[in-house]
Design a binder for this molecule. Structure first.
Ligand code: GTP
Length: 598
């Protein structure tokens, strides 16, 4: 098809507003996949996922659609990951499009995450088509939500499409709007090749599969290409479109979306955002905006059983093939032994990696509490970055410590504004702005240390607002604060894996709360276990875990055998995730205690 009949678009939606359901509908109604295939394919992918330990998601789909004007169009739907941790990936996916459907649940309204992605789309000059979904629900209020979108985003919603993805209402209207409103790609087929990588995954047989959009020129199978950021060169040995299954083609030109394989060994060699060009006729400069993923959150990962260290290394090496943003290096902890210090894009990314390591690689891990990256200036004025609190230089050797800040944007029903502000205030947040959006809904903006956000802020926000508030944040640089290192000692020994960096004003409270929490979490031993918190050599809080006097079973009345069994089972279960620190068994939860403080 000519470029004038190609449309590239994505779907922007808050979690649960119906993005996947709508995408499935579009694929079905254009005959791209049949109902049966839909199910089969889904199952296939699940199996693959299990077998090879990779996640195959629908990343892009090419649909053929005969519009009401009688012409046949090619519609490429490009998926975007819907989470703040991956906002760079989102911005690259959007760059591959000329338009976006903004899907908002008509019974809910605009959420913070929707806003963030809409702003990204507006920055890339995309045509945005508002879609009000779930109009079949009795609670749907399309008029209210329409007004809300107009007021918050300033987008004309008079033509918003009313849909029910579930019941198949409004689907054709969407397809027609994409054809009529989304501009076709620019026709730059005669220019030197520039193609944008918007996603990739590792396949153990074919190497990395790269998903890309041709921005200028064209590319053929057998072409020798160069990745402009990495400088690496490869010969394309497989080229195709995503329909959504991979179908090989010989050539793709400006405006088209597809995939290639070129025996690339790891996704880190073909990063999202990089520009592909031809070695024989290279482009003068790459596409704008390439950036390397920068980890924001770090934690220690240690095998419960020291023998599993080589397996942990192997698992991380394997995961890294498929996850360019994952960073790790060996860490030796005096308390925990050998492990790795790992860096992640954010908390969700961290949870995904931890879960995959345990589920897919069958490892038992102890993870330490998440930390941010501090910037420390020493007495000679030299700056360094510290991602592990235990390595913070002592006060005599440093001039200042700075910590990363974020701008936090929350959208909440009015009645929770008070509790939300209190929560932010307790987290060292600085109030910036508050706006009434529409009847009963408010946006609240704070600037806050990232460290306060990564310690379960999201969960607190959700529980304080009964799940109604949503949030979004972005980094705004470093600020100096009066920060100190808080050490925790178990049985007289400092446990490096428990060290943390806190604001001096909060240090006493945190120290007291931590010792109390550890006392609660660490089981009793045959001997008394003192627990102390200290700043430098000064002890600021202490507790004792009394020695165990008798056998636990002695606590059971008489000879109730089932009760004994239950107790033993309970102990066995508790034992699973223990790490011996000196002579004291410390459970996994203790290393996360900071997330459970009141
Ligand atoms: P994530 O994949 O978590 O980002 O969510 P999503 O935005 O893709 O939403 P998804 O399509 O999974 O839909 C979320 C829930 O809403 C599912 O239970 C759907 O069945 C339901 N849903 C989607 N569209 C409609 C609709 O038009 N009407 C109703 N009543 N329910 C819908």
């Amino acid at each position: 098809v000519p470029v004038s009949r190609i449309r590239n678009f994505s779907i922007i939606a808050h979690i649960d507003h119906g993005k996947s359901t709508l995408a499935d509908r579009l694929l079905q109604d254009t005959g791209t996949v049949s109902n049966r295939e839909m199910k089969e394919q889904f199952l296939d992918n699940m199996e693959l996922e299990r077998e090879r330990g990779i996640t195959i998601k629908l990343q892009a789909a090419r649909m053929n659609y005969t519009a009401l004007d009688g012409q046949e169009y090619v519609l490429n739907l490009i998926d975007t990951p819907g989470h703040v941790d991956f906002s760079y990936e989102v911005s690259r996916s959007l760059l591959a499009c000329e338009g976006a459907l903004l899907v908002v649940d008509a019974s809910q309204g605009v959420e913070a995450q929707t806003l963030a992605n809409v702003y990204l789309a507006l920055e890339s000059n995309l045509e945005i088509i508002p879609v009000l979904n779930k109009i079949d629900l009795p609670g749907a209020e399309p008029e209210r939500v329409r007004a809300e979108i107009e007021e918050i985003i300033g987008l004309d919603c008079s033509g918003a499409i009313l849909t029910s993805a579930k019941q198949g209402i409004g689907i054709q209207e969407i397809l027609e709007s994409v054809v009529l409103l989304v501009p076709p790609p620019r026709d730059t087929i005669d220019e030197p090749l520039r193609a944008l990588i918007f996603d990739s995954y590792y396949d153990s047989y074919r190497g990395v599969i790269v998903y890309f959009r041709v921005m200028d020129g064209s590319v053929k199978r057998g072409d020798k290409v160069r990745l402009m950021a990495s400088g690496k060169e490869y010969v394309i040995d497989e080229l195709g479109i995503l329909s959504p299954t991979q179908i090989e083609v010989d050539e793709l030109h400006a405006g088209e979306v597809g995939y290639f394989a070129a025996s690339i060994k790891a996704v880190g060699d073909a990063r999202v955002g990089d520009t592909i060009t031809l070695v024989s006729k290279p482009a003068a400069k790459p596409l704008d905006g390439y950036a390397e993923a920068k980890p924001m959150v770090f934690c220690g990962l240690f095998p419960t059983d020291a023998d599993q260290y080589p397996e942990l290394r192997e698992a991380l090496d394997k995961l890294r093939l498929n996850d360019a943003a994952l960073q790790y290096e060996p860490e030796t902890s005096s308390a925990m032994g050998f492990g790795f210090r790992c860096g992640f894009l954010g908390l969700l990314h961290m949870e995904i990696v931890q879960e995959r390591l345990e589920r897919e690689y069958d490892l038992d891990l102890i993870t330490t509490a998440p930390s941010v990256v501090y910037r420390v200036t020493d007495n000679h004025g030299t700056q360094s970055y510290i991602d592990n609190p235990s390595t913070l230089p002592d006060p005599n050797h440093r001039q200042k410590i700075e910590e990363p800040y974020v701008k936090l944007e929350m959208i909440t029903p009015e009645e929770y504004v008070g509790t939300l502000m209190e929560l932010c205030q307790n987290r060292r947040g600085e109030f910036k702005d508050m706006k009434y959006l529409t009847k009963g809904r408010t946006t609240v903006i704070y600037e806050m240390p990232l460290a306060e956000v990564v310690t379960d802020f999201f969960d607190r926000m959700k529980s304080n607002t009964r799940g109604y508030a949503s949030m979004e944040y972005q980094p705004i640089g470093y600020r100096e604060n009066n920060l100190v290192k808080l050490d925790l000692m178990i049985n007289g020994d400092p446990v490096d894996a428990l060290a943390m960096i806190v604001h001096r004003d909060k240090a006493y409270n945190v120290g007291r709360a931590m010792t109390e929490k550890l006392k609660e979490l660490i089981p009793r031993h045959q001997f008394k276990v003192p627990i102390q918190a200290a700043i430098g050599s000064k002890i600021i809080a202490s507790e004792n875990i009394p020695a165990l006097r008798k056998d636990v079973l002695a606590k059971c009345y008489g000879g109730d055998i089932s009760r004994k069994k239950k107790l033993l089972q309970k102990q066995a279960k508790g034992k699973k995730r223990m790490k011996s620190v000196g002579t004291v068994d410390v459970p996994q939860e203790a290393f996360m205690a900071v997330l459970k403080l009141n």
